[in-house]
Design a protein around this ligand. Structure first.
Ligand SMILES: Nc1ncnc2c1ncn2[C@@H]1O[C@H](COP(=O)(O)OP(=O)(O)OP(=O)(O)O)[C@@H](O)[C@H]1O
Length: 242
């Protein structure tokens, strides 16, 4: 569904992404992990067309995305920090987004209701707490039932109830055959959700494997311990594929 070939992006002399090859398929929940500055957001932004790589290709559903912006209609994006016009209400922001994307028929407003945003729809964006802004961002990412979800630290700032609502929604969308690419530094949030792990370090792909493979190789079940074991393993190159 998404193929990434030899993707390289530099900022000046610094290589933020260095020859990344990846293939992501329908129905997968892929966790994109790596330390701060390892290139996760740069990779996400490259897929979204917000960063233009100097080398390599991104191919979505068989079409290279270069000079082909229409593909973005199939992606729902939840940014790390959502920025919205301060003086608009939640309701007005959602109307504006629907208006920009008019023509798109079936709307998925499940999160709007389960997060209780319908009850506070007249609140202005500038008055919202960080977690409530996250809920608005999640709502927008899922609104148009896209084929691909790209969620950058989606659970940051969410309370435990909202966290579970969002995790259930992500799992349900995967079960419907959607592809979800998700980043988080809170690995416990990804337990039970992730089907595959991509691990970046210094702009390079360290490994890309299914959770079953990683559990088998490490003998661990929780993501935290799986990743810790891989990173501290003296022979880690033996269990990493790229
Ligand atoms: N616009 C930019 N100009 C210069 N350097 C940049 C730019 N964007 C990213 N970088 C650099 O590229 C590297 C990768 O950044 P990126 O934001 O992709 O990392 P990340 O893995 O998402 O980090 P985090 O976990 O902290 O969000 C960092 O060293 C960052 O400073």
């Amino acid at each position: 569904m998404i193929r990434i070939e030899k993707l390289t992006k530099s900022f000046g002399k610094f290589k933020a992404l260095d020859g990344i090859d990846l293939s992501l398929e329908k129905g997968q929940a892929v966790s994109l992990l790596g330390p701060n500055g390892s290139g996760k957001t740069t990779l996400i932004k490259s897929i979204l067309g917000l960063v233009i790589p100097e080398k390599g290709d991104i191919i979505i559903n068989g079409q290279p995305i270069r000079n082909n912006p229409a593909y973005r209609a199939h992606i729902g994006y939840m940014p790390q920090i959502g920025r919205y016009p301060d003086n608009m209400t939640i309701e007005q922001v959602l109307h504006m987004i629907k208006d920009i994307r008019k023509g798109q028929s079936a709307l998925d407003e499940e999160l709007y209701e389960s997060f209780g945003l319908d009850k506070i729809k007249h609140k202005k964006m500038r008055t919202l707490s960080g977690g409530t802004r996250q809920k608005v961002s999640a709502c927008i990412a899922f609104l148009f039932s896209p084929d691909v979800y790209i969620l950058d630290e989606p659970t940051a700032g969410l309370d435990p109830v909202a966290n579970e609502i969002l995790k259930d929604k992500i799992a349900a969308e995967c079960a419907r055959g959607k592809l979800v690419l998700i980043t988080s530094h809170v690995l416990s949030d990804l337990d039970g959700l992730t089907s595959h792990i991509i691990y970046l370090q210094d702009g390079k792909l360290m490994f890309h494997q299914s959770i079953e493979q990683l559990q088998e190789q490490t003998g661990e079940t929780k993501l935290n311990t799986i990743i810790a074991k891989i990173l501290t393993h003296a022979d880690r190159k033996q269990i990493c594929i790229s």
